[in-house]
Design a protein around this ligand. Structure first.
Ligand code: SME
Length: 152
């Protein structure tokens, strides 16, 4: 995955929604052996489904539940080697076997998560975690500069 190409794709984009949408598409195209990549955004204690690529997914996740909820509670990246061994995992796609969830911080406030699923067990290595955290840091830097907030 080339982070320079990623930055070139999203920089100078005006709307945050467009940046998140192209990020989901970029990850889906660039990462081999994944079946879902997308965003959930935090409002009070609920995560709401945002732009994604992959099968339709649950639109609401309480932060007490799932890998995404754990990421919000712990405020750090969660890597799950085998989702079937993770108590409380929310199965949106029965094909998923491993997962990584990375928190999104805007001005040190957690505003949501990036969630990526794979049908391959133990798909996400330490170096995947590192590069995806770098990508999220580039993402949030561009989100800060986005001038258009689309309220639907
Ligand atoms: N598996 C997630 C739910 C979201 S889907 O994977 C798209 C979880 O346990 O939080």
């Amino acid at each position: 995955m080339n982070l320079k190409s990623y930055l070139a794709l999203i920089e100078n984009t005006e709307a945050a929604l467009s940046i998140y949408s192209n990020t989901a598409s970029f990850l889906y195209q660039e990462l081999p052996t994944i079946n879902w990549a997308g965003f959930y955004f935090l409002v009070d204690k609920t995560l709401h489904l945002g732009p994604f690529m992959g099968n339709p997914a649950c639109s609401l996740i309480n932060i007490n539940n799932g890998v995404c909820g754990k990421c919000v509670r712990d405020q750090k990246t969660i890597v799950v080697k085998n989702v079937h061994e993770f108590e409380g995992h929310i199965a949106c796609d029965s094909a998923s076997n491993s997962e990584i969830v990375i928190p999104l911080f805007l001005d040190s406030q957690l505003i949501g998560v990036l969630d990526i699923d794979s049908p391959v067990l133990n798909r996400f290595s330490d170096s995947d975690k590192e590069i995806l955290e770098q990508l999220v840091s580039i993402l949030m830097n561009e989100i800060k500069k986005a001038t258009v907030q689309i309220t639907l």
